[in-house]
Write a protein that binds this ligand. Structure first.
Ligand SMILES: CC(=O)SCCNC(=O)CCNC(=O)[C@H](O)C(C)(C)COP(=O)(O)OP(=O)(O)OC[C@H]1O[C@@H](n2cnc3c(N)ncnc32)[C@H](O)[C@@H]1OP(=O)(O)O
Ligand SMILES: O=C([O-])CC(=O)C(=O)O
Length: 376
């Protein structure tokens, strides 16, 4: 490097770097807000269904009655799982993490789809819809087989969330549970250039296919610094046991420099915009299932983390206990996130293709100086 050349500035973890524009969602850390296609996510969670949110994220506007009816009918018609996909799932050992099962199942669906490589907007929208419709069948069946239970076929007289719960637990869920679950699906659906969505966009930018991009995104979501945190929250709750042990547990964790899962965020520094809505849903669930002990633990750990580090919860913190009391296995929590986020991922895949530029950043080399192979 000559004296005139300045050292390139490195943005580790791409923190603070804007890499592209997006019209899908706006995360605003200053106002603690999140807009999907312009609509505040809290308003969507209070007044529309997850199906309407999926339509919105893919098409740019909320559906009218006729559009929604057609959309719902199509989604319901695509829910059934192909026998090959079921057989492949059955072959996977129970030691495989449910995220590995979901990743593999999507890969199998992609390998069997003759249209996978077409990549036209219509084909990609159709594939997005198929994955949206089939992921609940995959996630629900995987949880059931771990309990030695048979697969339950989808019911086309039920909405997305009621059917998801029905396929998992084999009974018609009560309305408050369906509503809380639907809210969680809406809140998890989209969050701009988070690590898994960015992964999907990087893969798409090479003109690879939509299935490959979704499979890569699932891999990125699995990590505990991202989607895997909702599972990790529940493991921490299990480890702590009860509210009276929360402060000592936290002090030990912080002294050992362990990250406390479900807290902190790369973009929001004063709290995650989605937490108040998910917390309300979680509180309703803890009341419904009569778990004041879990509520005590939740608030005690949250308060202690705020006092010691000033770090606020992210969406995974209230989502974990909510899914727990609904009856989901802890390892199924991140696959639930997949079922929702597939909507955001596929919206971004389509947006990336629409104005594509290969994503290929630079790096500063800091290895050995140039050297030469000895002459033999
Ligand atoms: C839906 C989602 O994906 S939301 C994210 C889910 N992930 C989690 O909940 C995992 C736990 N949280 C974390 O690891 C982090 O907060 C992240 C990865 C989400 C964001 O991290 P970054 O923006 O990279 O911040 P970074 O990890 O550098 O943290 C900054 C400081 O806060 C501390 N910190 C941040 N989050 C936490 C946490 N959860 N527990 C303990 N300390 C934390 C860091 O130790 C660091 O302290 P230091 O400056 O004294 O070293
Ligand atoms: O935005 C992020 O970095 C992580 C997150 O909250 C999400 O993907 O929902």
């Amino acid at each position: 490097m000559t004296e005139q050349q300045t050292e390139p500035e490195i943005h580790k973890g791409l923190a603070g770097v804007y890499v592209d524009t997006t019209a899908i969602s706006k995360v605003n850390p200053e106002t603690n807000s999140l807009l999907y296609r312009g609509y505040p996510v809290q308003e969507l969670a209070a007044s529309v269904t997850f199906e309407e949110v999926a339509y919105l994220l893919w098409n740019g506007d909320l559906p009218d009655e006729r559009q929604l009816a057609a959309f719902e009918q199509r989604e319901r018609s695509l829910r059934g799982l192909d026998h090959t996909v079921k057989r492949v799932i059955d072959e996977l050992p129970l030691t495989a993490h449910p995220m590995d099962v979901v990743r593999t199942a999507v890969s199998v669906i992609g390998a069997r789809d003759p249209k996978a490589r077409e990549s036209s907007p219509d084909v990609n929208l159709d594939i997005a819809m198929r994955l949206f419709a089939q992921l609940p069948s995959i996630v629900a069946y995987d949880q059931r087989r771990r309990h030695e239970l048979d697969m339950i076929e989808p019911r086309d007289d039920l909405g997305y969330s009621a059917n998801f719960l029905f396929m998992t637990f084999g009974e018609l869920p009560e309305l408050p549970v369906v509503n809380a679950f639907d809210v969680s699906m809406i809140l998890y659906a989209e969050h701009s250039f988070n690590a898994s969505t960015f992964t999907a966009r990087v893969i798409t930018s090479t003109l690879s296919d939509i299935y490959s991009a979704v499979v890569g995104a699932i891999g990125a979501l699995k990590g505990p610094l991202h989607g895997g945190a909702n599972e990790a929250v529940m493991h921490a709750f299990d480890e702590i046991g009860s509210a009276d042990r929360a402060e000592a547990w936290l002090d030990d964790a912080l002294a050992a420099k362990r990250k406390v899962m479900g807290f902190g965020h790369r973009v929001y520094k004063h709290g995650d915009s989605r937490v108040p809505t998910m917390r309300d849903a979680m509180e309703r669930m803890l009341e419904y299932y009569d778990r004041p002990d879990l509520y005590e633990l939740y608030v005690t750990l949250e308060r202690a983390m705020d006092e010691r580090k000033g770090i606020k919860p992210n969406l995974d913190y209230p989502a974990g206990p909510a899914y727990h009391v609904m009856g989901f296995d802890t390892e199924t929590f991140t696959p639930l996130f997949v079922a929702s986020r597939v909507v955001g991922w596929t919206a971004h895949i389509m947006e990336q293709l629409d104005g594509n530029s290969l994503i290929r950043p630079l790096s500063v080399y800091d290895g050995s100086d140039e050297r030469h192979v000895p002459v033999r």
